[in-house]
Design a protein around this ligand. Structure first.
Ligand SMILES: Cc1ncc(C[n+]2csc(CCOP(=O)(O)OP(=O)(O)O)c2C)c(N)n1
Length: 569
């Protein structure tokens, strides 16, 4: 059947199972918007194209499906770059469709022309420039396949205006992906499994390092089975949080720069690290030359280019984590490891009790109180979407996630402005779920126009601004490493309550600890979005902290008496 390129775009998206797209129109994508009237797909009008990409990303992370963002050429497309890079660093499957100037104008510096495939080449898993309607169907099918297969990631399709306008025969079946050079279905050799099993069985002090790949591969059940069967404690990366319930007895907690001291010590003292779907980021390892010196390393990872990239491993198992664990699990034998668990228990010391919660009310509101109370009220079952900064680390420390895909945060790129739009995407993906935004006063202001999108879509999302009047995490680095020279970090903020009200969003300010729980409860009962401006202690600090590049076990500790963390063992 003859269809225009624009009609083919929508038809292909429908056939790929897309029900919502996030976008912003403009001249070069207008034919596609014109054809939207014939489609059943819901279009969310964002307020900035960066928001569209974060929404698609949040949608993808919450659902496991591919998120879709649409923009026009030139500035519309370049506004997407930050969101695309964010998705790339965290292996999030999104497809971005951009309009391009007419094919005859390409290279002429035409109005709103940018070489967006050139610009996004290093931050996409793959990208395309499409100049004929007849190429659209196959390109979209390939883009979806590439985005979600193997190590997931963002794919961009730039489609010229004339390709959208012209007509051709639409043949879905004939447009099957043809990617002879793309081999995402790798699997390890049998002898690698045997080597891994030998290491697991002979190890006395093993630790599983759980990363984002566990969620991406849908392997949470298998990871729990491995941990339980072989009796191995599990340390989590930031993006691995949720891979096993916080309440699980083998869950050690988060590792790395702001991980618990005992978790880092456990890793440093291990004789075997079993890295599952994680990539040994520098925030996780600290100084590579002193990282887990006595440990053999098994690395289960879908992307072969990650093997030996940062940490030299003894046994690489390259393949889909779920498939690898399915193969490995029947051969894994039970072990006791009493000494190892006794040792870890000693490392925990008093730090297992985070006494900031138990301090008498000194009139100050700490971010930790806010996050702890949100956790208690939601019983660890909300989807929490964070921004980047101190609040992000406090969230990871104090919100005890029980479910996979329930912490959505920009880990790899650390993109401020991510939280609000990503939460909109997550709520569209999981309308049944309770969604909280935990965001700093700085990052919130980067994408706060998306409050308008939130109001227009009438989504029940709760926004907790952790308002400390500073670019808090940078202020913390200035405090520790730049002699408290607070250059360019104090913030003059707008009145966030009035701002939200201007968008028709219910909002309230909280500066007393006693008001946190009632406000959280009221927000949960409110029928629609709520913004809470939590005015917290201005110069609070995230402890513990491994300074960048330092040895993982040399952490800056919270000075007593506020909170005592684990002792150096
Ligand atoms: C787009 C972007 N610009 C700059 C940074 C560097 N940065 C990291 S954390 C941070 C401060 C965040 O402040 P705020 O949003 O108020 O959160 P807080 O740390 O106070 O919780 C900055 C500027 C970044 N991560 N992203």
């Amino acid at each position: 059947m003859m269809k225009t390129g624009a009609e083919i775009i929508w038809e292909c998206l429908e056939r790929e199972g897309v029900s919502v797209v996030f976008g912003y129109p403009g001249g070069a994508i207008l034919p596609t918007y014109d054809a939207l009237k014939h489609s059943s797909i819901h279009h969310v009008l964002v307020r900035h194209e960066q928001g569209a990409t974060h929404m698609a990303d949040g949608y993808a992370r919450a659902s496991g499906k591919v998120g879709v963002a649409i923009a026009t050429s030139g500035p519309g497309a370049t506004n997407m770059v930050t969101g695309i890079a964010t998705a790339m660093m965290d292996s999030s499957p999104i497809v971005c469709i951009t309009g391009q100037v007419g094919s005859k104008l390409i290279g002429s510096d035409a109005f709103q022309e940018t070489d967006i495939t050139g610009v996004t080449l290093p931050v996409t898993k793959h990208n395309y420039l499409v100049t004929h309607a007849s190429e659209i169907a196959q390109t979209i099918r390939e883009a979806f396949y590439i985005a979600k297969s193997g190590r997931p990631g963002p794919v961009l399709i730039d489609i010229t205006k004339d390709a959208q306008q012209s007509s051709c025969e639409f043949d879905w079946e004939g447009a099957k992906p043809q990617l002879p050079g793309y081999r995402p279905d790798l699997s390890p050799e049998m002898d690698e499994y045997e080597k891994a099993l030998e290491l697991i069985h002979n190890s006395k002090r093993p630790v599983i390092l759980a990363g984002h790949g566990i969620m991406m591969s849908g392997a949470t059940r298998e990871v729990i089975e491995l941990a339980e069967r072989a009796n191995i404690p599990v340390a989590l990366t930031l993006l691995g949080i949720g891979a096993l319930p916080a309440s699980h007895p083998l869950n050690l907690g988060m590792m790395g720069m702001h991980g618990e001291a005992w978790v880092n010590h456990t890793i440093q003292d291990a004789d075997l690290l079993i890295a599952l779907g994680m990539r040994f980021d520098d925030r996780v390892t600290g100084n590579l030359s002193t990282y887990a010196p006595g440990a053999k390393k098994i690395h289960v990872e879908i992307d072969p280019s990650e093997i030996n990239k940062n940490v030299k491993v003894d046994v690489p198992l390259v393949g889909d984590l779920k498939d690898v664990l399915d193969q490995l699990l029947p051969e894994v034998e039970a072990r006791e490891r009493i000494e190892w668990f006794d040792y870890i228990q000693k490392l925990k010391g008093d730090a297992a009790v985070r006494d900031i919660q138990n301090l008498p009310d000194n009139g100050h509101l700490y971010a930790a109180h806010v996050i702890n109370d949100i956790w208690q009220q939601t019983h660890g079952h909300a989807i929490v979407v964070t921004d980047v900064g101190q609040h992000q680390m406090w969230e990871a420390q104090y919100y005890k996630h029980e479910d996979p895909r329930s912490l959505i945060t920009s880990g790899g790129l650390g993109t401020m402005g991510f939280a609000l739009p990503a939460a909109i995407g997550a709520k569209m993906a999981r309308p049944d779920a309770e969604v909280w935004v935990v965001v700093g006063d700085g990052g919130f202001q980067m994408t706060m126009p998306e409050l308008a999108t939130l109001a227009q879509e009438k989504l029940k999302i709760h926004i907790a601004i952790i308002n400390n009047g500073y670019l808090g995490m940078v202020r913390q680095w200035q405090e520790f490493f730049y002699e408290r020279n607070y250059q360019a970090t104090p913030l003059l903020n707008p009145d966030f309550v009035k701002l939200a009200e201007a968008f028709g969003i219910h909002a309230v300010k909280v500066d007393q600890r006693k008001d946190v729980i009632p406000t959280v409860q009221a927000a949960r009962e409110h029928d629609g979005p709520v913004l809470i401006d939590f005015q917290v202690e201005q110069e609070d600090t995230v402890y513990p902290m491994v300074p960048a590049g330092a040895d993982l076990h040399r952490m800056i500790r919270r000075p007593s008496p506020i909170v005592e963390t684990a002792t150096d063992a």
